[in-house]
Design a protein around this ligand. Structure first.
Ligand code: ADP
Length: 377
């Protein structure tokens, strides 16, 4: 695997078989508009308008349809992820709280010497909770959350990329405190290649200019870049993302966080994996596993990411349904209370199909990069 793709073969399989059975619905991004209580009956962009119905000065020179699309498609005030929803990663959460959340909550204290960096990089294997952390930061800091994937700038927003970037930073600065989360940031800020397209070079320049701009302003805007290919980032980008946090697998293997290798931090990965299994099943009222079962599941899933664990739980929870089908029971007539609960054997069966999505040599690369450029110690 080149570590770039989030969609591995077995994942799409899981998606296919579970999607008909009402998996956790995606919370609509615009069902509520956060603390200011504006609901989705209004256009999202209305919250930017003043009493005179006009956009703030900063936005008036921008194409209004783009501002509209940003508020509809990228802005998401409904960040209901909290630290408690994220398994493990205790050290990362603690550091992020001190370095990022408090400064957003209390700009009056965290200024001058205490002023934080405005750029944060979350790097590590895919599916380890980087996006969740971004959302939790926005949630904990009561900030407006803007979520964009860098690759969409060259696909979905093709031709409008530069204007979009300019507008995005402008809208964010009108919604402070704000968090701009850029997924796959490596594809936007990668090292220059000789065959680089003129358009992507311009996009990158525009992005760096915007970052420079808000770094100098007193805005309460934080940029979070997420990547599973940190090695691809160029030096200018790395410099602007002043804090760089490694978000590793929920693995039981001890990890070295500090550059001088003096500090060894156990990650509690086994507990994190157990927590994911338990909490997902409990949410659906399906949790009947014993402590021993959970211990076994954890033993079999060393090296699995948080997202692998979620997919595993989804697949295993289909076990009782599949069994009912094999026994010739008709799903439309099936009574929920007649269905057996999810067992260790369901997990064992699902594990036959599902390998971890990250390989151990990839992990070595992340750890090397962390030792060179990471900020957690
Ligand atoms: P990333 O951004 O690192 O690729 P995400 O944050 O999008 O990964 O995680 C994908 C999904 O995997 C999440 O929605 C969540 O269900 C699950 N997941 C991943 N890591 C964790 C974690 N540490 N705790 C709980 N769930 C997790």
């Amino acid at each position: 695997s080149n570590g770039t793709s989030k969609g591995h073969g077995h994942k799409s399989y899981v998606h296919r078989i579970t999607s008909n059975w009402g998996t956790t619905a995606n919370v609509s991004s615009h069902s509520t508009l956060g603390s200011n209580g504006i609901n989705n009956l209004q256009k999202s962009s209305d919250m930017l308008r003043g009493p005179d119905g006009q956009f703030p000065q900063k936005l008036r020179c921008l194409p209004s349809d783009l501002v509209e699309r940003i508020t509809n498609e990228i802005m998401n005030c409904d960040t209901n992820v909290r630290w408690d929803d994220i398994a493990g990663l205790h050290h990362a959460k603690k550091c992020v709280t001190e370095m990022v959340v408090w400064p957003l909550l209390r700009p009056d204290i965290f200024n001058g010497c205490r002023s934080p960096g405005r750029g944060l990089l979350l790097f590590g294997p895919p599916g380890t909770g980087k996006t969740m952390i971004g959302k939790a930061i926005a949630g904990e800091a009561k900030a407006t959350f803007f979520h964009i994937s860098a690759s969409s700038l060259t696909s979905k927003w093709f031709g409008e990329g530069e204007k979009l970037v300019r507008s995005l930073f402008a809208v964010a600065s009108c919604c402070q405190p704000a968090v701009i989360f850029v997924d796959e940031i490596d594809s936007l800020l990668s090292k220059r290649k000789s065959q680089e397209h003129e358009a992507s070079r311009r996009l990158k320049t525009q992005f760096l200019i915007e970052m420079e701009g808000f770094d100098n302003a007193n805005d309460q805007v934080l940029l979070i870049g997420a990547t599973n290919r940190p090695q691809e980032l160029d030096e200018a980008a790395r410099r602007r993302l002043t804090k760089r946090f490694y978000i590793p697998l929920p693995s039981s293997v001890f990890q070295f966080y500090s550059t001088n290798m003096r500090k060894i931090i156990p990650l509690g990965g086994k507990d994190a994996r157990a927590w994911i299994v338990r909490s997902l099943l409990e949410k659906d009222g399906l949790f009947k596993l014993s402590k021993e079962d959970i211990d076994n599941i954890c033993k079999f899933t060393e090296g699995y990411s948080g997202s692998d664990m979620k997919n595993l739980v989804k697949d295993a929870s289909m076990g009782p349904v599949r069994e009912a089908l094999i026994q010739g029971l008709e799903i439309p007539k099936l009574k929920k209370e007649d269905m057996r609960s999810v067992t260790l054997q369901d997990f064992v069966d699902s594990l036959q199909e599902m390998r971890p999505s990250v390989s151990s040599n990839e992990l070595g690369e992340y750890e090397d990069w962390n030792n060179k450029f990471g900020s957690l110690s």
